[in-house]
Design a protein around this ligand. Structure first.
Ligand SMILES: [Zn+2]
Length: 376
């Protein structure tokens, strides 16, 4: 599927090959809103929707479709170790499912909580006691033995998306143990079981490299890494457990022809000022959180501290998108074009679009961007 440039401007969203051409340095601009969490809200449905529904919703809104998948954190459902799901609460307001994953080193449990119109969230994570780490490490080693299944899982998604957009695989920073620990609990684990935690992080890193290999083999477009939570650790922890692995992940992805996206939100000023983001150049850097949540005073100035060939992704406040009027959103899009127009730039929010963000505000983003692009 290919479109002549004028048709693409009217249609607004771009096909996979058009998205790839822009990231390879071609002309044009991408609008990539991280909308996974908001899709159920927009569709007024209880489910998360299928990938196809996700693509359709992005295209209805005129954004370039960009599916972020981060679910390769435990074994394929067909694995002989099995996994039990037990509903322990089911009311119209809330549904709680207890998930038990057996391993040869003992079971791991977590709770999955779903509220209407929202993506399920795991509130109690797998890792609580030191012994849980041993079980988690066994689980990760076993996952790496399931190469064919993981590739098949990613390939099926790649096929479902087709030419309609990107498949991006997300690997969280090692400290987050995939999704086994909550952000705000990471520091306590680090203090409580430093040796075991470090061993488990090594296991996570190895598994992340395994996922990168599987992503490339399945034809995924991009790998996302990094993570939130910079406000809760000290700079040395970031250096050891976020930045250094990110540099390795980036090099590995580039070798395999994958685009990369480094995500970092929260308090990033100290890392910018110390030039920590000069050590590698991911395809895309996302994002600088402005005051008051972050500590970067001017994302414009900060964007220029990135390597010139890295796309800066961001520019729009999640709060304005969520609670502002379409006129306020339009003003922010115009300001972002003024601020970032002269560098490689992907129009986006600073992190995932908040659940409840109204359709008319998202349309204000894409319609304003389309008008500005045509005016250029
Ligand atoms: Zn974030």
């Amino acid at each position: 599927m290919s479109y002549p440039p004028k048709v693409a401007a009217i249609r607004q969203w771009k096909s996979r090959s058009e998205m790839r051409a822009i990231l390879e340095g071609g002309p044009g601009r991408l609008v990539m809103l991280n909308m996974q969490d908001n899709i159920a809200f927009l569709r007024n449905g209880p489910s998360n929707g299928t990938l196809t529904e996700f693509m359709e919703t992005c295209h209805e809104l005129g954004t370039d479709a960009y599916a972020i998948i981060g679910e390769a954190d435990y074994l394929p459902s067909t694995h002989p170790w099995g996994r039990q799901r037990k509903v322990i609460l089911d009311t119209p307001e809330e549904r709680i499912v207890e998930i038990t994953q057996p391993t040869p080193c003992g079971p791991l449990t977590s709770l999955e909580v779903t509220h209407p119109g929202q993506k399920p969230a795991r509130t109690k994570m797998f890792l609580e006691e030191e012994a849980d780490y041993t079980a988690a490490m066994a689980l990760l080693r076993e996952l790496r033995a399931c190469r064919a299944e993981v590739i098949a899982h990613f390939s099926a998604m790649r096929q479902e998306i087709g030419e309609n957009g990107f498949l991006s695989i997300f690997i969280p920073q090692p400290m987050e143990m995939f999704y086994f620990i909550l952000h705000e609990q990471m520091v306590y684990h680090f203090l409580d079981f430093p040796e075991t935690y470090r061993q488990a992080m090594d296991e996570v890193e190895k598994t992340s490299h395994f996922i990168i290999d599987c992503a490339a083999e399945a034809g995924a477009d991009m790998v996302l890494f990094g993570g939130a939570g910079t406000e809760v650790y000290n700079p040395q922890m970031i250096e050891d457990h976020v930045l250094r692995p990110a540099i390795d992940f980036d090099a590995h992805c580039k070798q395999l022809g994958l685009f990369t996206l480094m995500h970092c939100c929260g308090r990033t000023k100290i890392y910018l000022d110390n030039h920590w983001f000069d050590r590698f150049s991911p395809t895309i850097f996302e994002s600088f959180t402005p005051l008051p949540l972050g500590d970067v005073k001017s994302p414009e100035a900060a964007a220029h501290q990135l390597p010139p060939d890295t796309f800066f992704k961001g520019g729009l406040s999640l709060d304005t998108l969520h609670r502002g009027t379409p006129a306020e959103v339009t003003a922010e899009v115009e300001a972002a074009y003024r601020a970032f127009g002269d560098r490689r730039f992907v129009l986006a929010g600073t992190c995932a679009v908040l659940t409840g963000t109204p359709r008319e505000n998202l349309l204000a983003v894409t319609n304003t961007a389309a008008t500005l692009e045509t005016a250029v």
